[in-house]
Every structure is written in C-alpha cells, then in structure tokens.
Write a protein that binds this ligand. Structure first.
Ligand code: 6PG
Length: 636
C-alpha cells in the first residue's frame, strides 16, 4: 500500500548507504515504491573502468571513486525533484563529495549489519560485479556517520522502510490533535485509520504526563507515521498550511488557555477545532476572538464516547462555512455512517450552533437515561421483579421500535455481575454530571422553551446526590413502598410516548435557538446525524429524520399524534400505578404533565394572570379583546 503521507512536493534526497551487499538497492527500491520518489542505483554511475577494476577483485581507491561520486552529485543537483540514491558512501569524505553544493535536504540512511551476514548474502549473489572477497576492504574504510538514520539489516525490508519513514517524516501533517485523554486517543486512531496524517501534542507534566504522545504512537501501528510533540511550537510547525488543530481537551479554562498559546503560533487562515463539550456561548466568543486574528474556529459536538470516537462518532460542527470547508473531509471521514452510507457529520450552523445542538443532545440523553432508570425502579421496587427479569423484558423491547443504543447498554449494565452479584446493586445511587444537562435547562429558560423531561432528569440527578439526606429522611418517614402490579404492555407504550415527548422538547429548543441566533438549523439533518454514532441513536431517530421533513413539529405529525393518542392511557396508568406505589418517576411524570398541558387548549394561566394583576398591576389580556390593550382591574 502506498504511504498515505506522501508529500508530492517532497524534494529531499534519501541516500541509502552501507557496504556492498547490505541491501541498499532492495531497500531503495522498496522505499521508492512506498513514497513515490524515483530510485537511482549508484552502481549504474560507475565509469566502465571502475566496474572492471572491481570485477577483477581490486578495491577502488579515492581517485576512482571521485569520478563516480561526482556523477551522482551531478544527478542530484540537476534534479528538481526528490530522489532516492543507493550509494555506499563509506567515508565522510565521500559523503562530502556527494552532497557538495546540494541545497536539498539530505537524509543519510545507513544500513548496518555484521560481516558474516553480509558475506553470506554476497555469496548467493551471482549477477553482481562486486564479489565477497572485497567486503573486508569496504569494512576497513567504513566510517559510520553519526548523523545517519541507522537501520539494522537483520530486519525485513518492509520494517526497514517503515523505520526510514518514521525517522524522516518531516513532511507536514494534515491534522494536529491536542489532548491525548481517552477521547483524544480514540479520535487520533480513527483519523489515522482513515489515512489522515497526524501530529499529536500532549502537554508535559513531570511525573504524570510524560512523553504521552510518543508512548501512545509507539503502542499503535496505525500511528506509524504520526509525530508526537510536547513542544507546542514544534507541533504547530509540523502542520501543513492552512493548519488544522483539533482540541480534544476538557471544556472550560483549558480551552481558552490553549487557544491563547496557539494564537501567536498560527497564521491567518489556519483553523482551530474544539471537539470538547464546550458551552455554545463560549464557542461564539472564541469564534469572534479568533476571527479578529484571521484564524478560523469550529466548535463541534462529538458524541459516542470512547468507542464512538474510535469507530465513528456523530459529529456536529458549527462555525463559519469557510472554516468547515477546511476540515469537512477529515471530519466526515471519521464519523459514523448512517444506514445509507452517509456520514453522520454535517454542518450545523454558524457560531455556537454545533455545540448548542450537542448540548441539547446531552439534555435529551439525560432524560432517555432517566426514563430507563425509572422503569427499572418501578419494576424492581414496586412490582418486585428481579434484575434478570428486567433485562429480559428490555431485551424484548430491543426487537421493537423502542430499540435504542441506551436501551441496549442498559441491558448490559443490568446483566453485569461481580462475584455473582449484579453490579448495579453495588453501584452507589448518586448520579454525576458534567454540566451539559444544566446548560440545556438554562438555555431553555433563557429562550422560554419548556423542556420538562430534560429538566426533570437533571433534577433527578441532583436529588440523587443528596444520599445522606435521603438516608436520614427515610428513617423519619419510614419506607413508603407499596407493592403493586405494573402492567408490562402499558409500560412499553408509556415508555414509547414519553420518549416522543422528550424528543419533541429537545427539538423545540433547537428550533427556538436556531431562530433566535439565525442559525438556520436543518433539524431533519440533525436527526440524520444522530441516527448513528451518538448516544441517543435509536429506531425513533431513524423515523424522525424522515418525519421532521414532513412536519417540523414532532407532536403535530400525524404518526406521532396517533402513537401518543393510543399510548396516553398507558402513560397515565403507569404514572398512577407508580404514584400509588410510592415510586418516584419524575421524568415519566413530567412527560405526562407536559403532554396533558400540550394537548389542552385551556390552561390555568388565567388565574396566574389575575393574581399577577392583583398584587402587581402586571395587566392581562382578555379573551373578548385579544388584540386590544392589556387590562388592569381594581380587584378589591
Ligand atoms: C456523548 C456523551 C458525552 C458525555 C457527556 C455527558 O454524547 O458522547 O453525551 O458527551 O457522556 O459529557 O456526561 P455527564 O453525564 O457526565 O454530564
């Protein structure tokens, strides 16, 4: 296979040196095939007299060699392109003659091997003018250059060529990646696997982060051609222009800090991509800041966790279209594929659009996870089923349109045992979070969009964190669980409806932001990008990518009106069974409350308006005067 890192502008000279019989021509030809530079065998440049002398068993002297070396030197100086030359170049003096007035960068590659090995190889070489009897004379004058790349000939030709490639790879890389945590490492391997040449940077922290990039590269053959750096300037200089630097570091101050350090090292037209879960408003600010320096910026959501990053994540890039054009091919290459083979990466919109969409993805993810946790709780504690039964029930759901990645992994989580005990029974019931869920709720509040299920899931995590308080409260109030039958068919239907409501809310939030920030987000396209690679990929998402084209408001699409209508009773039933059994189901309940509110024209907000006007003269509108001025009443 051709080397993916071939640089068509490579004008370097690769001298393959060493004593006769060490394999210079074989290695030179193999290298030539690999890097697409022409190969010249130095032997072909000997004057006739030299060949005759060697064939007669006499070694050449310096004078003989001078004409020969001059001819090779001429070949190199007359060539505009790079080339590979096999030439023994045994002495320093010869190498000086070979390289005289050559302005091209030269790599000296010295093939090293012991006398016996080479001697035996020469014996079996029948068609060469140089016999084994001259080998000793070559070793006698040999001066091994300490600046050469030394390759041991005991290895295969392939390995030697690979070694040469690694050591001479000063070709500019297509993409630089900063941050070799779990996600960064997986993404790097994914990029390399798609033939994208890489420079990898990881900061140096004495004792804890030491030669991370170098060690990582050495661990994976796919990274053979990658370069590792701990010096940011050298890292930047190793990149092709316009440079693309992908940040896979913790969201927050570290991103700003790295951007600050990169600005003086980058040029106008270069691109920084932030692939972490950054806040969309910071992405917008960073975009503005970098654009003042003429540097492009892409803030992209990358979903799929460690495995997704390695095998194909879902990617949601936002920024200027010109910025996306620079990295489009690379990002689309590493992304997961949808069922039609399309890339699960697509331009989302300007500024913070990509990170906004990823943030909402996470908010929806929280609710999708919480639904499953609540259903598990209901089955386990209210209905009294054991964990295996629940896993088996979920398994049956995977065969239906309820299937999703989160459902699948929940089954595995439920099945996992440690010493015959279900691991979930050992895991402390306090949920963590890294912030994106809360940002979603805050954004929804700012935009005035009700995202009840997303917020209920977030608050359920918060409440779970108060473990000690719950412990003492249980002592105060006593256990309040009442065993109760849970109708399993209704449960599946309720889950289906709740998920539709959750997706509806997340999508409404994206529409609102798109309108408010003029992002022009193509929601069916976002759904398509979410059909594979990401955490909320599901059968429902496959459906949504089509249905949202027909009707942008999910809960107004005839298909979902039908499903919700048919499933409402089940959701009501499950929620009431849960309530009566004393089981907390904040997210399922909030889905029910949301949809009850959504489908009822008459709300109770008239009372709120009356109250507001009573104590604060906040005024209200009248049904019988809808376009008239707002009204105020003297209530008492
Ligand atoms: C993903 C995930 C990923 C991560 C989130 C959520 O799409 O790959 O959402 O981004 O799991 O950061 O983390 P928390 O649950 O810790 O908030």
């Amino acid at each position: 296979m051709k080397d993916q890192t071939i640089d068509p502008t490579d004008t370097r000279v690769y001298f393959i040196c060493g004593v006769s019989g060490c394999g210079k021509s074989t290695v030179g030809r193999a290298l030539s095939k690999k890097i697409d530079l022409p190969f010249f065998d130095g032997d072909d440049f000997h004057p006739k007299e030299n060949v005759a002398k060697m064939a007669s068993g006499q070694p050449l002297d310096d004078k003989d060699r001078k004409r020969w070396l001059t001819a090779i030197n001429k070949l190199i100086s007359q060539s505009e392109d790079g080339l590979i030359v096999a030439c023994s170049a045994l002495k320093e003096k010869y190498r000086a003659q070979l390289s005289e007035d050559i302005t091209k960068k030269i790599h000296w590659i010295f093939l090293n091997g012991d006398f016996d090995l080479i001697y035996n190889r020469m014996i079996s070489r029948i068609d060469h003018f140089m016999g084994p009897n001259l080998l000793q004379s070559q070793f006698d004058i040999l001066e091994i250059p300490n600046y050469a790349i030394e390759c041991d000939i005991k290895y295969s030709v392939e390995k030697i060529v690979q070694n040469i490639r690694i050591q001479t790879l000063q070709m500019k890389k297509q993409l630089g990646l900063i941050g070799l945590g779990v996600m960064g490492k997986s993404l790097a391997r994914n990029f390399a696997d798609k033939g994208i040449s890489l420079s990898l940077y990881n900061r140096f922290v004495k004792g804890s982060e030491d030669e991370i990039a170098k060690n990582f590269i050495e661990s994976y053959p796919v990274l053979d051609t990658a370069e590792g750096h701990e010096d940011l300037q050298e890292f930047v200089q190793s990149l092709k222009t316009p440079r693309t630097v992908f940040l896979m570091i913790s969201a927050g101050a570290a991103v700003d800090d790295t951007i600050e350090k990169l600005i003086p090292l980058l040029d106008k037209g270069d691109l920084i991509i932030d692939g972490g879960n950054s806040h969309y408003k910071l992405t917008q600010e960073r975009n503005d800041k970098l654009s003042a320096h003429g540097i492009y910026f892409i803030g992209t959501g990358v979903s799929g966790g460690e495995e997704g990053a390695l095998k194909g994540p879902s990617i949601m890039p936002g920024g200027e279209p010109e910025a996306y054009a620079i990295c489009k091919d690379a990002l689309e290459a590493i992304a997961a594929k949808d069922i039609n083979g399309g890339s699960c990466c697509g331009y989302i919109g300007k500024g913070g659009a990509g990170h906004f969409v990823k943030m909402v993805h996470n908010g929806m993810e929280y609710a999708e996870m919480q639904f499953l946790a609540e259903i598990y709780g209901l089955l386990r504690y209210s209905a009294g089923y054991d964990t295996d039964f629940i896993a088996n029930l979920f398994e049956t759901w995977t065969k239906t349109d309820l299937n999703s990645y989160l459902l699948e992994i929940t089954i595995e989580v439920l099945r996992k045992k440690e010493d015959d005990i279900h691991l979930v029974d050992i895991i402390l019931d306090k949920a963590g979070n890294k912030g994106t869920g809360s940002w979603t709720t805050i954004a929804a509040c700012e935009l005035g969009v009700p995202v009840n299920t997303l917020t209920a899931a977030l608050f359920a995590r918060y409440q779970s964190a108060f473990k000690e308080e719950r412990q003492s409260a249980e002592k105060l109030y006593g256990k309040q669980f009442n065993k109760r039958e849970i109708d399993l068919t209704s449960l599946a239907d309720a889950y289906k409806v709740a998920r539709i409501i959750n997706h509806h809310q997340g999508i409404q939030l994206i529409y609102a932001a798109s309108e408010s920030y003029n992002w022009n987000i193509d929601m069916p396209e976002v759904a398509r990008i979410w059909t594979n690679g990401c955490i909320i990929r599901s059968e429902l998402m496959e459906d949504l990518k089509v249905k949202l084209k027909e009707e942008p408001i999910l809960l107004k699409h005839a298909t979902y009106v039908n499903i919700v209508n048919n499933g409402m009773e089940s959701l009501r039933k499950v929620c009431s069974q849960a309530i009566l059994s004393g089981s907390a189901i904040p997210c399922l309940n909030s889905a029910l409350t949301y949809v009850e509110t959504y489908i009822n024209e008459q709300s109770t907000a008239n009372i709120i308006q009356g109250q507001r006007d009573y104590f604060g003269a906040h005024r209200y509108q009248r049904k019988d005067d809808p376009i008239g001025p707002s009204h105020h009443t003297i209530w008492n």
